[in-house]
Design a protein around this ligand. Structure first.
Ligand code: CU
Ligand code: ZN
Length: 180
């Protein structure tokens, strides 16, 4: 009877170093690779959906699936603060702009980091967006984690300063960490 109790103790001593090694390789130690913003409508609107940000070898892939829009283009940006508390979404502040650049289109060399261009909604008010961005980061000084995604009532003209003339905010969502 005494011998059988000795075996589990020996096993646990041998297994312990293996568990420590595995933990040090867990995703939280290698930097965030995936983030999500759940979009909620501002007062008077019904715009809802999901925006995901996934780190790839080439940049950050931005994918959005949004419903409840009016047909046509709608400015689509990351704003400075992760605060969607105001009824009109203005608590999210201006465009996320960690390098003091001018507003621009998503493919411009110089632009606000948060300038993602436009969503383009179909006749049913649905919009999908899928592109790899070269200005966004999920880690470090320029990280978008904890900031907000904003969708606007009107199109971003990609040139007007400082907001592209996209008008009121119809949906807001805070960017947080996502399941890998
Ligand atoms: Cu905006
Ligand atoms: Zn901008």
């Amino acid at each position: 009877m005494i011998k059988t109790t000795v075996v589990p103790i020996v096993c646990s001593i041998l297994i312990l170093p293996a568990l420590v090694t595995a933990d040090s390789l867990a995703p939280e130690h290698t930097g965030m690779t995936r983030a999500v913003a759940v979009m909620h409508p501002t007062a008077g609107h019904e715009v809802r959906g999901i925006v995901t940000f996934t780190k790839t070898a080439d940049g950050v892939r931005v994918q959005a699936s949004i419903k409840g829009l009016t047909p046509g283009k709608h400015g689509f940006h990351i704003h400075q603060y992760g605060d969607c508390s105001a009824a009109d979404g203005t608590s999210a502040g201006g465009h996320f702009n960690p390098h003091g650049a001018d507003h621009g289109g998503p493919s411009a060399d110089s632009r606000h980091a948060g300038d993602l261009g436009n969503l383009d909604a179909n006749e049913s008010g649905d919009a999908n967006y899928d592109r790899v961005d070269h200005h966004l980061s999920l880690v470090g000084h320029d990280s978008i984690i904890g900031r907000a995604v904003i969708i606007h009532a009107h199109a971003d003209d990609l040139t007007s300063q400082p907001t592209g003339g996209a008008g009121p905010r119809v949906a807001c969502g805070v960017i947080g960490s996502a399941k890998e």
